[in-house]
Design a protein around this ligand. Sequence first.
Ligand SMILES: [Fe+2]
Length: 250
Amino acid sequence: MTSTTIKRFEEVEDPNIRKRVKLDNQETKKYLDEQIEYILAHRAVEHPFLNYYRKNKLTKEQEKKLFLECFYFFQYLPFYITGMALHTRDENILREVILNVIDEVGSKVTHSMIYRDFLHQIGITNEEFENYKCLPTTTALNQGIMKLYTEPPIEKCLGALYADETMSATMVSKLNDGLENQEYDKKLRNFWLIHINVEVGHSNNVFNAISPYISEQDTRELFEKGMNGFLELVATYWDGVEALLLGNQT
Ligand SMILES: [Fe+2]
């Protein structure tokens, strides 16, 4: 039986969201579904701070720091994802990578522009933004992702991306809940609202890219290495944000 969690990735109706390819091999599908369950149960996703923020208000200063740290987490990720293209000669993988990046930068108003607009709307000036020094754990996360995405082999890169996109599908929803709890309207939460479904499509991009290869045990090991490398960096990132904003409160 398919769990509700998996249905979210499997039963996409929005024509703008990438769907999974149909697999003949049910064992491969089962393996990739199990990785989704694994990622979503990981401390990087079920982090005490993220769960705290859904239901507890932050002060203006705490809120600004939270979303500035997020900015330095996300910064340049579409460039890093594009770097994966150098490690494959499979056009199916290239297509999924390109479709992912197109969502971020394919329109005149890119997603990073929408994020900056969100920062302005919560009161962060360009000056605050430019002078902000993010946590070392945030720099480590961003640089760690660059390495995971741009250094071969492609199986490890795609494992990291599967963890990233699957994790993001839940993280953006939790951050949106927190903003709603702060009583911000839908217009201000636009960046987060659009990404709740976009990230599901991005996880499906990776599902489609890796599925022809993932029945091999060697491929699975590399894929899981990328997944776990990514998730550990994110868990440490949230530990840093939690200590910065709350001390050891949660
Ligand atoms: Fe994404």
